[in-house]
Design a protein around this ligand. Structure first.
Ligand code: NDP
Length: 298
């Protein structure tokens, strides 16, 4: 069997084109574009690079964006003040505080200071609660991207047994809750596994769809899955590779080379889940903008 390689780059491009079209219609109707504010605290190079990429996406898709860069020793109170400014700013419809934050700043206090209607990361407890009870809300970007990958690649999770390995608040828990919803593109039977799972293979082998969000290179091997499984590999791990010019390369949480030959479909790393996160951030921001402007009119 030769697996379908789920092309996240292409699917993300399609979504970006749709969002660009709809953002242009929003701007034409309202006279101003959807707006997204980034708060970047400290000088973590990976965080700087993520914010740059997201800012570039805003420019490409016709969004207004602002980046507030704050030094590492910024106090929590100053970050909260900045968030409140953006909460009040009518030109800003989405607020993204780039994580992780310096240790002395409490992440939960920061997340909870964001107006839930502008919480385009979907991390605010209000939005988490809305997701769990099946109400309309802003979903976290990476999990929302995974659902889009499944549906748009023709691997609808409805009625399928989905096994999620990993229970983080950013990926594992939200994707499990999204796919559990009694809605089109979801309605799956969901199992969540983690380090407390005694016999991981017992669960992974029973998966129609396996979502690996573990953070350990090639942790899922051929012996752990059954033939015909659909695999979504969320992991991004850098491993040494003397044959690469950089001396290292990125791999997922799934041993692609051994699993792909028996899978029905699989996402590559890179080029699978990765490109979806920014596409979904843009989609969320447009959705947030539309909802805020409708509620202002009402
Ligand atoms: P976390 O480290 O927060 O969570 C990892 C989860 O995996 C935990 O729930 C942990 O269990 C579980 N786990 C770890 N080892 C095992 C094991 N041996 N058996 C079973 N479960 C295990 O990671 P994240 O969820 O934030 O990220 C996961 C991966 O996805 C990372 O590689 C990250 O880089 C990547 N990622 C990619 C994104 C993208 O593509 N845009 C976005 C976000 C993340 P326990 O809870 O018991 O400790």
């Amino acid at each position: 069997m030769s697996a379908q390689i789920i092309d996240g780059k292409k699917i993300a491009e399609d979504i970006r084109a749709e969002v660009k079209r709809d953002a242009a219609a929003f701007t034409a109707a309202r006279g101003f574009p959807p707006g997204l504010a980034f708060i970047l605290v400290g000088d973590n190079p990976a965080s700087q690079s993520y914010v740059r990429s997201k800012g570039k996406a805003c420019a490409e898709l016709g969004f207004h964006s602002v980046t507030e860069t704050m030094p590492t020793d910024t106090s929590e109170a100053d970050v909260l003040r900045k968030i409140e400014e953006f909460n009040q700013d009518r030109n800003i419809h989405g607020i993204l505080v780039q994580l992780p934050l310096p240790k002395k700043i409490n992440e939960q206090n920061v997340i909870q200071a964001i107006d839930p209607h502008k919480d385009v990361d979907g991390f605010h407890p209000f939005n988490v609660g809305q997701l769990v009870i099946g109400e309309e809300t802003l979903f976290p970007c990476t999990p929302a991207g995974i659902q889009e990958l499944l549906v748009r690649s023709g691997n609808d999770p409805s009625g399928k047994h989905v096994v999620v390995v990993g229970r983080s608040n950013i990926v594992g828990k939200p994707i499990a809750n999204i796919l559990l919803q009694k809605k089109p593109g979801a309605n799956a039977v969901v199992t969540i596994a983690h380090t407390g799972t005694k016999d991981l293979t017992l669960f992974t082998k029973s998966a129609d769809i396996l979502i690996a969000a573990i953070g350990r290179a090639k942790a899922i091997t051929r012996e752990m899955v059954r033939e015909g499984v659909v695999v979504i590999d969320v992991g991004i791990n850098r491993i040494e590779d003397p044959s690469s010019p950089k001396g290292s390369r990125l791999v997922g949480d799934v041993d692609f080379d051994s699993v792909a030959p028996i899978a029905k479909a699989i996402t590559p790393v890179p080029g699978g889940v990765g490109p979806m996160t920014i596409a979904m951030l843009m989609k969320n921001t447009l959705k947030a903008a539309e909802r805020q402007e409708v509620s202002r009119k009402a």
